[in-house]
Every structure is written in structure tokens, then in C-alpha cells.
Design a protein around this ligand. Structure first.
Ligand code: COI
Length: 363
């Protein structure tokens, strides 16, 4: 049998559920949540061994046992996804384009030589998990349940090759905003996030770990994030690591094309579709750092924002490049705020969804 076909086999696709004996929800202060640090009552777990995914389970959220020799700890074979569940005013819970995440985790997995996870089980596991923990999805714009599917090499052994055992999991964290306050970014002129032919397009754990040190340096200079440039020349803008980027120059919204070094963000492509639908002019093209600086100096750079699941849309208040600082105060008719509002209206079921992006989880 072709190995790819084997990956799609599952011993028993029906999910075995062990409910928690008591909820922790009353111990949580929902008005004071640090992003991604509080987790709901249950988690989804499915192991891969002997060439197939085993019986999937939903169990109480708890620490788990892992061999110190687990391959992921030594060679970083791990990929993840991020999505959000929203509660509308009637109490129904919705996901935003989860089919895109189901596909992308397998694209990422392929690059890391991790077996493909069945898309139907990805969606069903998530639906059943969120339904069980629906009390953790708080209503109100800005509140959501951040859903984190991930898969890692669990096989014990320090030989440097693709593992034969993996664990796929989904955990959920009630969240409000990702960043608090203003966001300023530093344009990278030395460090790189992703070379051509590398793993930049994948949501690989290592892509994030490799950013922390340069980001720490940027933070010490007063920035919150790094804007990554192409690894070969540092002349072209790519993405911000936790966000794709949009630049409004004149009345045109510019974003970089996806490539093997840029994540194909679900929010990014939704913003592009929404902007086009609203009659805004968009350009998907590489933007040179030199062009950005020129636009900032001449006054044609009107705003910069990031897009991503965690942030939705994040306005950027300024940027720095080689020691020089530039301010990008929010214009009166901000595209960022307008697009954020419209997108969130769709996500929270407050508006028509002409794109069919909403996916009902439960009532
Ligand atoms: C997301 O927006 O979901 C991300 O992956 C960013 C992050 C929190 C790592």
C-alpha cells in the first residue's frame, strides 16, 4: 500500500470521550486573561503508531507523560495550527474557515515528514471538543476560544530521522486580545526567519522558536515584533512571524505574495477577499524596504497592519529600520479598523457571510 494512503487510515474513527469529573471554569477570571495561558476542561488526543492513527480520544485536560528521548525534543518535528471559536448573541458557537486549517496542517506536516492527519477527523474532533467545552467560549466581540491543534514526534529515540510515532492533539484557551497597547515593529536587516527552500511556509514549531532571540533584541529597543525580510538580500518585506502584513500606500493595500518563506495566512486571504469585495484596490506583490521608507518620508504610507488568527487585524503604530524610527499613526478612515470590524462581524455571526466562511459548531 502507498504510505500516503496508510496515513489516512484510522483504526477506529469514532471518538472515545472521557468527560472531566468537575469543571475548572469557576476558577477563571475571564476579564483578565493572558493570551493562551488558561486552558479549557478537555483535550483531544490521537496517537500514530504501526503506520496508522489509533482511536481518537477526548480526555480531561492534564499534563502527559513523554519520554525524555521523544524525537520532538531533539529534532523539533512539530507543526501546529491556530483558530478561534466565536459565540454569537443567541449562544451558537462558530469556527472561521476551519477547512483551511485542516488542509494547512497537512501541508506543514508533509514538509516536516509527519504523517497526514485525516481532515474529517480534524474537523469532527474539534467540533466535539468545542461542543463539550462550549461554556468556555464567551460571547462578546473580542472574546473567543483559541483552538490549538498540533502534532509532534513522540517516538523515543535519538536517531536523527523522521519518527515512526506521533501524537496529534487539540487544546483550547479562552482569550481576548493578543497584544495590549501600541505595536511597533523592527525591520530585520541581519537575522532571517526563513530561507528559500526552507520551512517558512509551514506552521512549524521551529519557525517560531528561531524568532524569539531576534525578537528579544528588538524588544530591548522598544519594538514588539520583527518584520522579516527575505533571507537572501533583506531588501523585500515578508511577514511578521505571528502575522502577515498589509501596507496602505496611497489608496492601495499591498501584501506580499505567499511563497515558500511566507505563511499562507487564513486571515490574510480573507482580508484580501473582503477588501476586493468592498471595492478597495489591492496589490499582491513584493514590497521593497526602500519603497516603504520612501512612502513614509513622502507621506503616501497611510497605515500598516498585521493579520493573523490570534490578532485578527493589528494596527502597527510605527517601525524602525537600521536605527531610524518611523511613525504610522492611525488615519481617520483606517482600512485596518474597517476590515477588522467587517471580518469580526462575519466571525461573530453579526453579518451576512457571502463567502460561506462560518462553520457551525453547536447551538
Ligand atoms: C495565530 O495567529 O494563530 C498564530 O499562529 C500566532 C501565534 C500565537 C503563534
Amino acid at each position: 500500500m502507498h504510505p500516503r494512503f496508510l496515513y489516512f487510515c484510522c483504526v477506529n474513527a469514532s471518538i472515545h470521550i472521557t468527560p472531566s469529573t468537575g469543571s475548572r471554569i469557576d476558577t477563571v477570571d475571564f476579564s483578565n486573561l493572558a493570551f493562551g495561558s488558561t486552558f479549557s476542561d478537555h483535550m483531544f488526543v490521537c496517537d500514530y503508531r504501526d503506520g496508522q492513527w489509533q482511536t481518537p480520544e477526548i480526555v480531561p485536560y492534564a499534563p502527559m507523560e513523554l519520554s525524555p528521548a521523544a524525537s520532538v525534543l531533539h529534532y523539533g518535528q512539530a507543526v501546529f495550527e491556530g483558530m478561534k471559536a466565536f459565540k454569537d448573541d443567541e449562544g451558537s458557537v462558530w469556527l472561521f474557515r476551519p477547512d483551511q486549517n485542516a488542509k494547512r496542517i497537512n501541508k506543514s506536516a508533509e514538509r516536516l515528514a509527519i504523517p497526514q492527519f485525516p481532515e474529517a477527523l480534524f474537523l469532527d474532533g474539534m467540533k466535539q471538543l468545542i461542543t463539550l467545552d462550549k461554556a468556555w467560549v464567551k460571547a462578546g466581540k473580542g472574546n473567543s476560544l483559541y483552538v490549538r491543534p498540533f502534532v509532534f514526534a513522540s517516538q523515543a529515540g535519538v536517531q536523527a530521522s523522521a519518527a515512526t510515532e506521533y501524537r496529534f492533539m487539540i487544546i483550547c484557551a479562552p482569550v481576548s486580545s493578543y497584544y495590549g497597547g501600541e505595536v511597533r515593529v523592527k525591520i530585520a536587516d541581519h537575522y532571517s526567519r526563513a530561507p528559500q527552500g526552507g520551512t517558512g511556509y509551514a506552521k512549524a514549531a521551529g519557525n517560531y522558536g528561531g524568532q524569539f532571540y531576534p525578537t528579544q533584541l528588538a524588544k530591548s529597543e522598544g519594538y514588539q515584533q520583527v518584520i522579516w525580510t527575505d533571507a537572501a538580500t533583506h531588501e523585500y518585506i515578508e511577514e511578521a512571524g505571528t502575522m502577515n502584513l498589509f501596507f496602505r500606500i496611497g489608496d492601495t493595500l499591498i501584501t506580499a505574495p505567499t511563497s515558500d518563506s511566507i505563511l499562507d495566512g487564513v486571515t490574510r486571504k480573507s482580508i484580501l477577499d473582503l477588501a476586493t469585495h468592498l471595492g478597495l484596490k489591492t496589490e499582491v506583490r513584493m514590497l521593497r524596504v526602500a519603497e516603504l521608507i520612501e512612502a513614509s518620508k513622502s507621506g503616501t504610507l497611510l497605515e500598516i497592519f498585521g493579520s493573523g488568527t490570534a490578532v485578527v487585524v493589528q494596527t502597527i503604530d510605527g517601525f524602525g529600520y537600521k536605527g531610524e524610527k518611523f511613525e504610522t499613526p492611525l488615519p481617520k478612515n483606517s482600512f485596518a479598523l474597517m476590515l477588522k470590524e467587517k471580518l469580526m462581524d462575519i466571525q461573530y455571526n453579526n453579518a451576512e457571510d457571502p463567502f460561506h466562511w462560518r462553520y457551525k459548531v453547536c447551538d
